[in-house]
Design a protein around this ligand. Structure first.
Ligand SMILES: Cc1ncc(C[n+]2csc(CCOP(=O)(O)OP(=O)(O)O)c2C)c(N)n1
Ligand SMILES: [Mg+2]
Length: 586
């Protein structure tokens, strides 16, 4: 952390200042982007300093949304997202959003005000054991006990958020620490530039393990790469594509891993797990699986039924203790995804041409299988049904969104349908589902964070009506921020996933699964944002184009989709689906 490596060193403040200002100065020097939060008494000096320093901070209408927006901002920029809440309910409202970031490995620095320690534990207003409540929701909770230590501990928060497997860090700041002051020196405000974006540092897997893995891959006739969200955290795109192409190894991905290589790349075989095009059958027939930055969790494995246990697994993973949790790998590669992929490619390079020709028939299967899938799915993908079929909506998104667009997908059907059918045209974070925690409600605030992270890039947020109901207030935030965000509400007048499961499992007895018929276009209009009601699938393309053309105000597309619970599950016509009690096929 030399001064030379710290370009912000020249701008360091010094002198007598309060804790809130010291915190704001550290965020300024860290180049933090827009922040999302809701104030209260405890953090007032921080807010005042943000204003004086001209930092961008957006009042949100629910702290959970601030955490979601910060999460999406971080996914797009690879820099820690910043959010804050006041003590008590402000802090506890952060929990769901922080768990999303924790499970997704997303770097976030969250700030919570806490009670004045002169009066703590005297039933202060809004007092609760917030540190205990928030601790398991974050990678690290740092309680700041001295005003003088604010710069040091903010630096620590960035270092933890961006190192190893990234994650959220909470700075818990008592009121007296924030309002109290200290004589700071310029040196106090040092920044470690390597910790301002992910991955802070890279670690390579052990050489002997790489060689064992390379031998396994070299001997395989049908190797397959299974890629999770870690590919984004490592930005291992070029390394993944290079290995796949050099060795003729197809790539399947989880919802979070979509975009490791473009979906339109000939070696991309699409989503695997609970829903899949052709990837699951390729897994079944594989003789070597290379799992990259993927936890092999419930959905990726169809509740641990995939992959079959006899197929050897090479597991490349940054968190050592994740290895072996759900499946025992033949070879464990502990390290950064990009570094591990590069090392595998290099070790296998000499025989690349031989491997490619040996796998020519294997790779030639992919377009044939994809064509067969496409033919079978075609009636749904091209459906002219009114209400709109979800598959048709996905196809229209594929048509309308340009290669650099970002699609944010909410936790319910929105994420599952687009996880299966949305095609990214470039590698990178062009598809953002909240698969860390799969909370509904991420769509709109996630869209806000993504739109702020990528000004000028078309951002479309797809959300269920249930998820949108949770978040309606954030439409006001998006309007105030002047964001040209397109919000597509999947209006099925239902808590659809629940309804579809009740249809399949409970003989069509529905309980607490229906929502009112709502006119979200009218609501959007009343809230002063653009609005289009879409009932005809032919209108989808023009409506998406109109939404994306708006540069400085959000547009809500209220898309009326199927109300038939037998047609709601992705790629399954569950009028014919039979699920036994306890099964989890959907
Ligand atoms: C916060 C939260 N509560 C409950 C769930 C369980 N859940 C998953 S999908 C779903 C239905 C959501 O309805 P909606 O947002 O309208 O989406 P749809 O399934 O109808 O497309 C629910 C309740 C969840 N994922 N997150
Ligand atoms: Mg719904």
């Amino acid at each position: 952390m030399t001064t030379a490596a710290d370009p912000a060193a020249r701008n360091r403040p010094e002198g007598h200042m309060n804790g809130g200002r010291a915190l704001a100065e550290m965020l300024r020097l860290s180049g933090a982007g827009p922040m999302f939060g809701m104030g209260g008494f405890q953090l007032l000096p921080f807010y005042d300093a943000l204003s004086r320093l001209g930092l961008r901070h957006f009042l949100i209408n629910d702290e959970r949304c601030g955490a979601f927006a910060a999460d999406a901002y971080a996914r797009v920029t690879n820099r820690p997202g910043i959010c804050d809440g006041t003590l008590g309910p402000g802090a506890t409202n952060l929990v769901t959003g922080l768990v999303e970031s924790l499970n997704g490995g997303i770097p976030v620095v969250a700030i919570a005000g806490d009670t004045n320690r002169a009066h703590s534990w005297k039933n202060m207003t809004q007092e609760c054991r917030q540190a205990e409540i928030l601790k398991p929701a974050v990678k690290e909770l740092i309680r700041v006990e001295q005003t003088s230590r604010i710069p040091e501990l903010t630096r620590r928060a960035f270092a933890i958020a961006t190192s190893g497997r990234p994650g959220p860090v909470l700075l818990d700041v008592p009121e007296d620490v924030c309002h109290g002051s200290h004589d700071f020196t310029a040196e106090d405000f040092a920044i470690d530039p390597t910790t301002l974006s992910i991955p802070a540092r890279r670690i390579r897997p052990d050489r002997a393990d790489i060689e064992r893995a390379a031998r396994l891959i070299a001997a395989a006739k049908r190797p397959l790469l299974l890629v999770g969200g870690g590919i984004h955290l490592s930005q291992g795109y070029a390394a993944l594509q290079a290995l796949a192409e050099a060795q003729s190894i197809p790539v399947a991905h989880t919802m979070s891993g979509k975009g490791g290589i473009p979906c339109t790349h000939p070696l991309n075989v699409g989503l695997f797990g609970r829903y899949a095009r052709i990837a699951n059958e390729l897994i079944e027939a594989s003789d070597c699986l290379i799992v990259v930055g993927c936890k092999l969790g419930e959905i990726a494995t169809k509740r641990y039924a995939l992959p079959p246990r006899h197929i050897p697994i090479i597991h490349l993973e940054i968190v050592a203790e994740e290895i072996g949790r759900c499946f025992t790998p033949e070879v464990a590669l502990w390290g950064d995804a990009r570094a591990g992929l590069e090392d595998l490619a290099e070790t296998l390079a000499d025989n690349a041409a031989r491997h490619r020709s040996a796998r020519a028939d294997y790779v030639a299967e992919i377009p044939r299988r994809m064509a067969a899938w496409e033919e079978e799915a075609s009636p749904r993908l091209n459906s002219r049904d009114r209400p709109v079929h979800m598959a048709r909506l996905c196809r229209e998104l594929n048509r309308a969104l340009p290669a650099d667009a970002i699609l944010v997908a909410d936790g319910g059907f929105a994420g599952h349908w687009t996880g299966l059918l949305y095609d990214t045209k470039k590698s990178g974070r062009h598809f953002i589902p909240d698969r860390g925690f799969a909370s509904i409600g991420y769509g709109l605030p996630g869209g806000i964070g993504a739109a702020m992270a990528a000004p000028g890039t078309p951002v479309v947020a797809l959300t269920g009506d249930g998820g949108f109901n949770m978040m309606l207030g954030e439409l006001e935030t998006a309007r105030r921020a002047g964001l040209g965000l397109t919000i597509v509400v999947v209006n099925n007048a239902a808590s659809g996933y629940v309804k579809a499961l009740q249809h399949a499992m409970m003989g069509g007895r529905y309980q607490s699964a229906d929502l009112s018929e709502m006119d979200y276009a009218a609501i959007a209009r009343a809230m002063g944002v653009g609005s289009i009601r879409v009932e005809d699938p032919e209108q989808l393309g023009p409506a998406l184009a109109q939404g994306m053309a708006e540069r400085d105000r959000p547009t809500v597309l209220d898309v009326i989709v199927t109300r038939d619970p037998g047609q709601m599950l992705p790629a399954v016509d569950n009028r014919t689906l039979e699920i036994k009690q306890g099964d989890r096929v959907a």
